[in-house]
Design a protein around this ligand. Structure first.
Ligand code: GGG
Length: 356
């Protein structure tokens, strides 16, 4: 399948609301996309997948045995959040999110972070933030290699190996360098090659080769210094390429610096479009506010806009982004941003703005 092509501009999207506030923000995104579909002349067939922690409680697994096969025929996947306090986080993540990323070779996790109108950054600096974290998404520190020894006995220990392949580092570096070339021409590589002596020097070497061939200006920055720089001078950062773990941490940090992690989107991309790509807000299931109707839907709406772009509907994607920006600019905001709007009220305001 090639998203956005074909005669009828019909897109098949598998929806996995998942857990906690995922079940509140995903319907908001579906509502906006359906509204856009009517105006922009395309149709979306939503295939709801009620997978996640409830499925685990009922069946002992986060998704059915053939879950990945079911998803394979979709043009895209829209996911909410994964996780609940009564099930270990490694079980929930490795039972749903990570198998999808790996099975469909979604090796790019694209996480844009930008100052949005009406949202105050916790930073003193007024300089606008506009950066993208390009996170390697299928290998690195997120690895099954390792184990636990002497479980519950004296001398207990655990070993966790990180796996970096040349193919894996080359392709993420190439994607990031291409993106950097289209933006500022500057690329920052997050590393820790002073302390981690095998994988990180290898990462540095391969990223430098790719960046050198692509002509972008590469800056290699230690992850600790980069975290500090994001807080002190975020405006000096444009495109970051980072390993799976470093990219996850940096993008949460950058999202919070832009005002709230609730507004941060992410796209898990198979750039070859052989398999469906997956779109999700960066935030998790937030059990502390789940069921209260106050979750910020912007991360999910922005993720849906990235999905529309990927599906070949760039005009609808741009309309969705300008609609939630318009609503934020007008001062409507959820509680995480200091406002009083519920998820429903915010979404209704965005749907109205879609027609303006
Ligand atoms: N929105 C997806 C979600 O629930 N993310 C929570 C999380 O902990 N993700 C870890 C990761 O992206 O690696």
């Amino acid at each position: 399948r090639h998203p956005g092509t074909g005669t009828a501009r019909r897109h098949v999207v598998d929806v996995v609301p998942g857990d906690g506030i995922g079940t509140e923000v995903v319907p908001a995104a579906v509502r906006c996309v359906d509204h856009l579909a009517a105006s922009f002349g395309f149709t979306v067939e939503w295939r709801e997948r009620a997978w996640g922690c409830d499925h685990h409680r009922a069946h002992g697994r986060m998704m059915p045995v053939d879950g990945l096969e079911q998803l394979a025929s979709a043009d895209a996947i829209l996911l909410g959040a994964v996780g609940a306090p009564d099930i270990p986080d490694d079980v929930t993540l490795w039972g749903l999110l990570i198998p999808i990323r790996r099975e469909f070779v979604q090796y790019v996790n694209l996480r844009p972070v930008r100052s949005l109108p009406g949202i105050r950054s916790p930073l003193r600096s007024e300089a606008p933030i506009d950066l993208v974290v390009v996170r390697e998404n299928v290998e690195g520190e997120y690895s099954e290699v390792g184990g636990r020894v002497n479980r519950g006995r004296p001398g207990e220990f655990a070993v966790q190996e990180a796996v970096f392949t040349r193919t894996g580092v080359e392709r993420i570096a190439r994607f990031a360098a291409d993106l950097a070339r289209r933006r500022s021409g500057r690329l920052i590589s997050a590393t820790k090659s002073n302390g981690i002596i095998h994988t990180m020097p290898f990462w540095d070497e391969v990223v430098a080769e790719v960046a050198g061939a692509s002509g972008v200006r590469l800056e290699k920055v230690l992850i600790d210094a980069l975290a500090a720089r994001l807080v002190l001078r975020p405006e000096s950062v444009d495109v970051i390429v980072a390993s799976n773990l470093f990219g996850d941490i940096l993008s949460d940090l950058a999202g919070a610096l832009a005002g709230s992690i609730g507004v941060a989107p992410s796209a898990n991309l198979d750039p070859t479009k052989t398999y469906p790509s997956m779109f999700e807000p960066v935030h998790g299931s937030a059990p502390d506010i789940a069921g209260m109707g106050i979750a910020n839907p912007v991360g999910a709406l922005w993720a849906a806009a990235m999905m529309l772009d990927h599906l070949g509907e760039p005009a609808a994607a741009a309309r969705l982004v300008s609609a939630f920006e318009h609503v934020l600019r007008a001062g409507t905001a959820t509680r995480d941003l200091g406002g009083t709007a519920s998820t429903e009220e915010f979404t209704t305001a965005v749907v109205q703005a879609l027609d303006e």
